[in-house]
Design a protein. Sequence first.
Length: 238
Amino acid sequence: MEDKKNFELLYEGKAKKVYKFDEQKLLIKFKDDVTAFNGLKKDQILNKGKINKKISKFFFEMLNKEGINTHYINDYDENSFVAKWTDLIPLEVIVRNYTAGSFCKRYGVKKGLIFDYPLIEFSLKNDELGDPMITKDAVLLLKVTTEDILDEITSISKKVNDILSDYLKSKGIILVDFKLEFGISKNDNKVTLIDEISPDTCRFWDANTMESLDKDVYREEKGDLLNAYEVLLGRLDI
């Protein structure tokens, strides 16, 4: 395999590096870095990147088989996979099935209340502004994207929630909430699910103990993060 040193580094985020693979594909490398509170808390945890890559690959492959258009193409190495090159839509889509995290702080409600139906929220993907929450009308008035694309993103997000929730329920895991990102594929101009689906971007609770199997272990200093990720990995069909 070609060394990643020979690929052009296009972007480095908190948890991943993105390289140019060719004119239509990217190489996504998962790092061992872990951050919380917009980067105010950060560490390196050996093998975290490998686990997140395995879990993201697994979920993207599952979603591809279910007809969801994702950026995942194929495996590359233990920390990386090849993905479609997309133009980022600068929004984060948050899907919530239970109350947790910032939602509880915003509205003064206790953790763990189940919603009657999934709540879809949006935040503007902008590190300098701290990824502020944004309404649908504000998205459209600021021309972040079009109404048709926003509706498609919302529809895809609900389908992803149904697919992942049903699968995880069979493994004794509750999908509490999660973040999705989208782009427009350079190859076919289609709305495409991108980024990652991992315990860095989702809240997973053990259905019996309600213990976290995600980054809340790190945020809230509730134990060993890598152990929690390994427990999650062991519960999946990987």
